[in-house]
Write a protein that binds this ligand. Structure first.
Ligand SMILES: Nc1ncnc2c1ncn2[C@@H]1O[C@H](COP(=O)(O)OP(=O)(O)OP(=O)(O)O)[C@@H](O)[C@H]1O
Ligand SMILES: [Mg+2]
Length: 564
């Protein structure tokens, strides 16, 4: 049903859109329409010169009638492309050109996620998220305002069209949000000398346009972008635009931007607690006179960074608590189920090869999640009682599956083995296994020797942190709610790529875990030692000199342990 609907939509788009299915410049195969705005359409395309790499192509809805216009287009895009190289917060422009019909287009990195408009429509952002997004926008803007150097000359770049549609947020489960600004250079090109009037080209952007920009002042400076950023921040904080106008006309917007005072936060969103410094910052950005606004982005960054530090302190206190809780691993009563594991033999339907798979083991105490691995006999001995770490990867919007990873290493980190297998969350077996991992908080890893695969040679038990269990539960819930169109194999490929990317991070976690374990043992031994000493009355220690020495040692022990 869903597939039919998708095919129908694609067919409809293909019928309406002359570009879909065609090549641009013999290189970019236009696949699908991503969206359209006031000045053009953005398509998903394949760069055939780069093995079919996904790219986004923006084709402007205009005709470059003369040579001069073509040159100006090339110049503005070229400057925008320099910015994408300088800042991770500006979309990368890969190439640009003009079609046979003299229609300008440019090719960008393809971003996965949503623009800020789509996000604000569906969610209310929390203050730390808003601070983070604004911080990243400001980093991008600062880089542009500082300018690019062309033939030794510095050209500051003003965006001129900062609005939620032009702020793109890459969403990735494993990493933090990355914010990118889109469409640098385009507004300048379109409003200067193309014959398009401001009202025509900016009808969608008027809600974010500075008063001086609306007045058509030629010499706009960075403070025009700062005004637009102010409107954006107001909207992110309150969910509402500062000005409610009667009609979407140029004159109504001009009236509001030039003369109307933005409402107080208390009146428009009394339920939201916004720090005073942030309210003042937004109001300053919205000042009618350019001289009353922050004069450059660095002034805004100072305030945002101060606020972020404040919030991060609050958050890191919370995180410390979580980490402390994570140290409290429950030691499961596993001797019985471990014994059952040791009686197991390698299944006949599995190859005799260094592989890993999962299974749910029935025991008198209930089902226990297990992973079975086959390795060389001498390697197995090195991993018992040594370092191990569990990690798993999942990505939203794909066919739901988890890539489960157990890393084993010997005591000196000279030998490392990566065991991995997929858990299919659409399959009842996969769901049950994950549910059991959540419930029990541990799993057994059964070792079988390649040389003699008949019987399990050893078994170890690995525990999951409270945080990992919560993550598994969240993913299990999520996967039961969503309908995805990607295939199982597509999902596997993406997860495997992600796995390769995070291998070094996992190794670092393994090393950190070992350090933490050593510290815990040292701390426990020190406490035990101190406790034993306190059981002896001082008089029972034979010599006077010895007593002093013990007293000194004990004081040192207390100091040592408080260091960590
Ligand atoms: N590099 C990209 N990767 C993925 N999606 C993109 C990319 N660039 C733009 N988009 C998306 O394409 C859609 C259309 O973008 P477009 O810039 O044409 O629209 P707009 O910003 O609303 O209008 P305007 O023409 O005024 O810029 C938006 O949803 C945008 O988020
Ligand atoms: Mg845009």
């Amino acid at each position: 049903m869903l597939q039919n609907e998708i095919h129908r939509q694609v067919r409809q788009k293909t019928e309406l859109d002359t570009y879909i299915g065609k090549f641009l410049n013999n290189r970019y195969l236009i696949r699908d329409l991503i969206g359209k705005g006031g000045m053009g359409r953005v398509y998903l395309a394949e760069d055939v010169a780069k093995g079919g790499m996904a790219v986004a192509v923006k084709i402007l809805s205009m005709n470059l009638a003369n040579q001069q216009l073509s040159q100006r287009f090339a110049r503005e895009i070229f400057i925008g492309a320099q910015l994408g190289r300088k800042s991770t917060h500006i979309v990368r422009v890969l190439s640009y050109g003009v079609t046979e019909d003299k229609i300008p287009y440019y090719v960008m990195e393809y971003l996965q996620g949503k623009n800020l408009k789509q996000i604000l429509k569906n969610e209310t952002l929390k203050i730390p998220n808003i601070l983070e997004i604004c911080h990243q926008i400001c980093l991008g803007l600062q880089c542009a305002h500082q300018g690019v150097s062309i033939k030794g000359e510095i050209f500051p770049v003003i965006h001129r069209d900062i609005k939620p549609e032009n702020i793109f947020i890459i969403e990735d489960d494993s990493k933090d949000r990355i914010v990118k600004i889109l469409d640098f250079g385009i507004a300048k090109f379109l409003t200067e000398g193309t014959g398009i009037t401001l009202a025509e080209s900016f009808i969608g952007s008027l809600p974010y346009c500075s008063p001086e920009h609306m007045e058509g002042r030629k010499l706009l400076d960075v403070r025009s972008d700062i005004y637009s950023l102010g409107v954006l921040m107001f909207e992110m904080l309150t969910g509402k635009h500062p000005f409610q106008i009667k009609s979407n006309s140029f004159s109504d917007w001009y009236q509001a931007h030039r003369f109307e005072m933005p409402p107080m936060f208390e009146n428009i969103a009394p339920q939201i607690s916004i720090p005073k410094e942030l309210k003042n910052l937004v109001m300053a950005c919205l000042a009618k006179e350019v001289s009353d606004r922050p004069q450059d982005i660095s002034q805004i960054l100072v305030v945002l960074e101060q606020l972020q530090r404040k919030y991060n302190n609050l958050i890191s206190d919370k995180q410390k608590n979580i980490q402390n809780q994570e140290l409290l691993h429950l030691v499961p009563v596993t001797s019985l189920s471990e014994k059952i594991c040791l009686q197991k033999s390698w299944p006949k339907n599995q190859p005799i090869a260094p592989i890993c798979f999962s299974d749910l083991l029935p025991t008198p105490q209930g089902s226990v999640p297990t992973f079975w691995a086959m390795l060389a006999k001498k390697e197995i001995a090195k991993f018992i009682d040594n370092n191990n770490y569990t990690e798993f990867i999942f990505q939203k919007n794909l066919y739901p599956m988890i890539l489960w990873i157990t890393v084993l290493s010997d005591a000196q980190f000279q030998l490392t083995r990566w065991l991995s297998c997929f858990l299919d969350l659409k399959d009842i077996k996969g769901q049950k296994l994950v549910q059991n991992l959540v419930n029990t908080g541990y799993y057994h890893l059964l070792f079988f020797a390649l040389e003699d695969p008949t019987v399990c040679v050893n078994v170890i038990t690995l525990t999951l942190s409270a945080f990992q269990r919560q993550q598994l539960l969240d993913w299990l819930d999520y996967s039961q709610k969503v309908n995805t169109i990607s295939s199982l194999n597509e999902s596997k490929t993406i997860l495997k790529t992600e796995y390769e990317k995070i291998k070094s991070d996992i190794l670092q976690k393994l090393v950190n875990k070992q350090k933490q374990t050593r510290f815990n043992i040292k701390y426990w031994l020190l406490n035990l030692y101190g406790h034993i000493l306190s059981l002896f009355p001082r008089s029972s220690l034979i010599e006077e000199g010895r007593t002093r020495k013990v007293g000194k040692t004990k004081r040192k022990l207390v100091r040592d342990s408080s260091l960590h």
